[in-house]
Write a protein that binds this ligand. Structure first.
Ligand SMILES: Nc1ncnc2c1ncn2[C@@H]1O[C@H](COP(=O)(O)OP(=O)(O)O)[C@@H](O)[C@H]1O
Ligand SMILES: [Mg+2]
Length: 283
């Protein structure tokens, strides 16, 4: 049997959108560190910098791309040609910064973007999308291409309200899209749980949606420091609380849905988050 035939049987990468309503809640930091944490668990992981035109995944990782997704959409380069090797083998597909053409992907470019995403995920287990802030059509259309939506919020009321707004719009587009929530920069676990309950009660009551709580990531100065140093926190010598929380999140996500696209359980059952949270490897 040829290698190609074997490859064809592999399920496609599970696509996870990391998104938020409000900016500055930690999407990019979380995406980078989550990807590294997943890779260190033995998975093949890629990041699409889906904050088109204002991408900064490469900056966060100290990478210097020669070209970006814009060149792929123009048909000048292939995804393989623009992909960068990041830490722990994470593959990074950079977006341009300050590229007007990427700010609004038109109908003509959209099929090329879909192809590029397919190509990017071909040899991967997980493909993370670091989306732009907000709920533009581009962001919602991209989310529609993913298997799971991870909504990041902080405890700030504006971030919580905006997180709910994203969940509402995603639900309006696809009532069955599985959605999880991460409370970032939380002061403690209790604060994280409180924020999640607020969002989840509203989603349950007004949208008839059950959300998965993917946990909190503690507020930790070392996240900022790692951003300044352009190095991921996870995998470094810093064993701070945020690093531990992100490793736990990586463990939960990869254990709950190891490979392949398709529907995720919206309520924990069997291998769901509660079961995984109790598993020693996710502690
Ligand atoms: N858990 C955390 N603790 C402390 N600071 C954080 C945490 N997560 C993110 N930050 C900081 O918050 C700022 C915004 O993060 P960023 O990832 O750029 O957000 P976004 O991509 O949502 O705009 C950065 O300075 C980052 O270092
Ligand atoms: Mg960002």
């Amino acid at each position: 049997m040829s290698l190609i035939a074997r490859d064809d049987r592999r399920p496609p990468a599970t696509r996870i959108a990391v998104t938020s309503g409000k900016g500055g809640v930690g999407k990019t930091s979380l995406t980078v560190n989550l990807a590294v944490a997943m890779a260190r668990l033995g998975h093949r992981v890629g990041i699409i910098d889906a904050d088109f035109a204002l991408g900064n995944i490469d900056v966060m990782l100290g990478l210097t791309p020669e070209d970006h997704l814009g060149a792929v959409l123009d048909g000048v380069k292939t995804v393989g040609e623009i992909t960068l090797d990041g830490p722990s083998g994470v593959r990074v597909i950079p977006a341009g910064s300050g590229v007007r053409a990427l700010a609004a992907i038109d109908h003509e470019k959209w099929p090329r973007l879909i192809e590029a995403i397919d190509e990017a995920g071909r040899d991967l287990d997980f493909l993370l999308f670091d989306t732009a802030t907000g709920v533009s059509d581009n962001v919602l259309d991209l989310i529609a291409l993913t298997d799971y939506v991870l909504v990041v919020t902080s405890f700030e009321p504006a971030a919580v309200v905006d997180a709910y707004a994203v969940i509402k719009l995603v639900t309006a587009g696809d009532a069955a899209k599985p959605i999880g929530v991460v409370v970032n920069a939380a002061r403690d676990a209790e604060e994280g749980g409180l924020v999640f309950r607020q969002i989840s009660l509203a989603a349950d009551r007004f949208l008839g949606r059950t959300l998965r709580y993917e946990g909190h990531v503690l507020e930790d100065r070392s996240v900022k420091d790692s951003g300044l140093a352009q190095m991921p926190l996870v995998g470094s010598d810093v064993a701070g609380p945020a690093s531990r929380d992100i490793r736990r999140l990586a463990c939960r996500l990869t254990s709950a849905r190891p490979f392949g696209a398709g529907p995720w359980p919206s309520t924990p059952a069997g291998r769901g988050p509660s079961a995984v949270a109790e598993a020693p490897q996710c502690a």
